[in-house]
Design a binder for this molecule. Structure first.
Ligand code: GTP
Ligand code: MG
Length: 92
């Protein structure tokens, strides 16, 4: 079995829904109570695929804090990303 791994950093302003998008995608859960992410939070999402080279995808989802006080940690994580997903609040 060959695994395609990717480190995906989910970034954006505070309180735009980064954490909830990941929870909904991976655990099918949504929480209405806001609890800011402190630093970062890691979640693994595994999916089977059928290609010539790979049979599985591993998304290493890194949910980073939007608050500026964590910017040293979050900048470092952004530099190590394979992919970045930028989240924004379409109602704002
Ligand atoms: N109505 C509505 N509320 C949402 C949606 N997505 C997130 N929220 C709410 O918005 C608030 C912030 O969501 P979070 O996912 O914690 O925001 P965040 O971007 O991770 O915030 P930080 O961790 O501080 O950077 C929570 O109260 C969520 O329930 C959405 O699509 N619709
Ligand atoms: Mg968060």
């Amino acid at each position: 079995m060959s695994i395609l791994r990717s480190r995906v950093v989910v970034a954006g302003e505070p309180c735009v829904g980064k954490t909830q998008i990941i929870h909904q995608y991976v655990k099918q859960q949504f929480n209405h109570n806001y609890m800011m992410t402190q630093g970062c939070e890691y979640t693994l999402k595994e999916m089977p695929i059928e290609t010539k080279s790979y049979t599985q995808v591993e998304l290493h989802l890194i949910d980073i804090a939007g608050q500026n006080i964590f910017k040293d940690i979050t900048l470092d994580l952004l530099c190590k990303a394979n992919q970045v997903m930028l989240v924004y609040d379409a109602t704002n």
